[in-house]
Unconditional design. Sequence first.
Length: 89
Amino acid sequence: MSEPNAALSQASRVEPSLEPTGGWLQELADLLDRAAQIAAANGIEGDVFKRAAWNAYLDARPGLRQKLEDKELKSQLRKLRKRGLVGLA
C-alpha cells in the first residue's frame, strides 16, 4: 500500500473536529488511494482525476457548488467596482 495521504493526516491535526471517529479518516484515505490507483492504471491524468474528485465532493454537498459560484461572482463584482467598471445598484 502507498504512504498515507498527507493532506488527510494533516487535516486531523489542524482541525480537532475532524478527529477520526470509527476509522472514517482511514477509510477515506483507502478509498482515495484505490481511486487513484484505478485512474493511474487507466491513464487518467492527474488534473482530470482531481476535477472528478472535486465534482464528486460538490455533488455530495448540496448547495455548496452554488454557494461557491455566488462567492466568486461577488468577488468579481467587487474587483470591477474597484476599477470603476461597474456601478452600485
